[in-house]
Design a protein around this ligand. Structure first.
Ligand SMILES: Nc1nc2c(ncn2[C@@H]2O[C@H](COP(=O)(O)OP(=O)(O)OP(=O)(O)O)[C@@H](O)[C@H]2O)c(=O)[nH]1
Ligand SMILES: Nc1nc2c(ncn2[C@@H]2O[C@H](COP(=O)(O)OP(=O)(O)OP(=O)(O)O)[C@@H](O)[C@H]2O)c(=O)[nH]1
Ligand SMILES: [Mg+2]
Ligand SMILES: [Mg+2]
Lengths: 291, 276
């Protein structure tokens, strides 16, 4: 990964102190390659490389005894900064119920993540209600129902094909039955599908959720920037959940998404079991992206 | 895609950007542009359109040719594999429909016995198509289910057996071993190799797609890929890196969630859309 190449470069220049323009250019080219290999989007790569290149012309680096090591540190810090710097908390309603809406591309892990969130917060004393708002995919609500049963949380059985009726009834039920966390699972959709994006915008208007979370597959490539811009501008996000981190994907897509939307990553999915969810740590993710 | 009309090395930057944005990856992009750079230096191109056409031809050369499915034996048995959420179950429905249009009789085997409603999802598709589905108990051994499915299809005179499996991360040794066991089980049921061992790859995948194919292929002999979700804005360029390294045939592409949303792989059209 990048760290191996960096230490190799540093080894070559040990004891030299100053860096030449050529050494810097080679190093910046290596950084760009490493980020692209990690699936960071082109535009974000370009921004990062130019940013780091600027920092290289400052005394902080030029007069540093080990300038390339200092630059690697700056690069890491810049990634951590883009990724949000610290763990980002979820939003709770001042009065229950709190409503969270999950959205994203087909197969990104929304339904499973809904179950993981319910399981996590049940353990913390909340009373989650899982609401299946994917009325299209074969057995989608059955999938969520089975997950709810496995986790031991309430499930709102969909009684109609009308999303607005479903939402109104689910929210009223939550009020009446005292469920304080309503997690709504929506159907996967392409951000380029105008009709489905309009449906999602409508769903959000009906729910007025406290969190609108993009569920993003960590294996996503360059498409991450397009889909993030689209979901954020068209629907509005409050955060991101990055799934399938148990793959060996470097996960650069998440850097692109946070850079382009400015929204924090709140959780990560690390497996297909319902306990495989963790809080997001920017520093760990930065290290993973850099390989 | 060109902003400039003159044919000089600045055109290479635009091409590089298009290829990288399409997920072709650095190594394939460098390799493709090397040929183009050579052509520009030797003044072989009179317009940017000629440059683009040359690049498209180079891409087509890397890509595998259109490959038909193996359907000669009876029953023809196809295994659908891949990481979580790539479109295996939906693709089986599409293939079943495609076979029915050719007057074939597909038999579906719901061997994803792990995931919530994995069996039910395939059953609904089967019911919609009027195709039989073997539905085991959740949690039963997928290798045994695959075996039973093939035997049942043979006994009942079906000519195609499509076997759905659970999504599995290529980073999980245990799940890859389970997959190997399912594969061996199909060999036992048939007394020969299954006809297709297909990796279903998400078209939105970045460089990880290559890792997936490498690892799956190191455990079972894949006969081809099906690339899904190319109806969005992702270009599926990782397919180039996979082609350059492994040369596996691409048997079809998924272009939507409906049962008719499957197209044969067309290298020319794919190459054009990569740059378009
Ligand atoms: N390995 C792994 N698998 C995951 C993770 N999150 C979800 N999955 C799996 O990914 C597949 C897709 O998950 P779903 O929850 O059905 O995805 P979805 O976004 O609801 O899909 P659609 O509703 O069709 O858009 C399932 O096999 C899940 O078990 C994760 O973090 N790691
Ligand atoms: N837009 C689009 N969606 C697709 C395509 N193929 C599959 N999908 C959708 O992707 C999601 C996941 O599809 P599945 O068939 O459940 O995927 P899978 O590989 O069987 O998932 P697991 O069994 O959980 O690993 C569903 O919402 C499908 O409708 C495609 O070509 N285009
Ligand atoms: Mg779902
Ligand atoms: Mg499936």
């Amino acid at each position: 990964g990048l760290t191996d190449r960096l230490s190799e470069l540093l080894g070559r220049f040990r004891g030299k102190g100053r860096i030449s323009q050529e050494e810097l250019d080679n190093w910046l080219r290596d950084v760009r390659r490493a980020l692209l290999e990690a699936d960071v989007s082109l535009s974000v790569c370009r921004h990062l490389v130019s940013q780091i290149g600027e920092r290289a012309r400052t005394p902080d680096v030029l007069e540093h005894p080990a300038p390339l090591r200092r630059l690697s540190q700056i690069l890491y810090e810049e990634l951590v900064r883009i990724l949000g710097e610290k763990v980002s908390p979820v939003t709770w309603a001042p009065r229950p119920p709190t409503i969270w809406l999950l959205m994203g591309l087909q197969g990104s892990g929304k339904t499973t993540t809904a179950g993981k969130l319910a399981s996590l917060y049940k353990k913390q004393g909340r009373k989650p209600l899982l609401v299946p708002a994917d009325l299209k995919r074969p057995a989608a609500s059955e999938q969520l129902r089975q997950i709810a049963e496995q986790v031991g949380v309430a499930f709102f059985p969909p009684d109609s094909q009308d999303l607005s009726r479903l939402c109104q009834r689910a929210l009223r039920d939550a009020q009446d039955q005292g469920w304080d966390l309503v997690i709504v699972d929506s159907a996967g959709r392409m951000h380029s599908d105008e009709a489905l994006m309009e449906e999602l915008a409508q769903l959000k208007r009906l729910l007025q959720p406290h969190e609108s979370l993009l569920v993003l597959d960590a294996t996503t490539g360059q498409d991450a920037v397009r889909l993030a811009e689209s979901f954020d501008s068209r629907i509005g996000l409050t955060g991101v959940i990055l799934t399938k981190l148990d793959s060996d994907a470097r996960g650069g897509a998440v850097l692109s998404v946070t850079f382009v939307t400015g929204k924090p990553v709140k959780f990560i999915g690390t497996g297909e079991h319902l306990q495989d969810i963790d809080l997001f740590h920017p520093d760990r993710m930065a290290a993973r992206i850099l390989g | 895609i060109f902003r400039s009309e003159k044919v000089d090395e600045s055109v290479l930057d635009e091409l590089e950007e298009a290829l990288l944005a399409a997920d072709a990856g650095l190594s394939v992009t460098d390799r493709l542009l090397e040929g183009i750079r050579e052509g520009i230096r030797k003044k072989r191109f009179r317009s940017s359109k000629e440059v683009q056409d040359a690049l498209i031809n180079q891409i087509v050369e890397i890509l595998p040719p259109a490959a038909p499915f193996k359907d000669q034996s009876v029953p023809s048995v196809w295994l659908f594999l891949g990481i979580n959420g790539t479109g295996k179950t939906t693709t089986i429905a599409k293939i079943a429909r495609w076979l029915q249009k050719r007057r074939k009789k597909p038999y579906l085997v719901a061997a994803d016995t792990f995931r919530a409603a994995g069996i039910e999802q395939l059953k609904i598709w089967g019911d919609r198509l009027g195709a039989p589905v073997l539905c085991p108990q959740r949690g039963s051994d997928p290798a045994a289910v695959a075996f039973d499915g093939i035997q049942a299809a043979k006994a009942q005179g079906y000519d195609f057996v499509l076997i759905d499996t659970a999504g599995r991360m290529h980073t999980s040794h245990n799940l890859l071993q389970e997959m190997a066991k399912i594969y061996r089980s199909t060999q036992k049921a048939l007394g020969r190799e299954p006809d297709e061992i297909l990796l279903i790859l998400d078209g939105t995948a970045g460089q990880n797609g290559l890792s997936q194919v490498r690892r799956f292929h190191s455990v079972v002999p894949l006969t081809g890929l099906i690339v899904t979700k190319l109806d969005g804005t992702a270009k599926g360029g990782i397919v180039l890196a996979i082609a350059a390294e492994l040369g596996l045939p691409i048997k079809a592409v998924g272009v939507g969630e409906g049962v008719d949303d499957l197209e044969p792989f067309d290298p020319q059209a794919f190459a054009r859309s990569l740059l378009g």
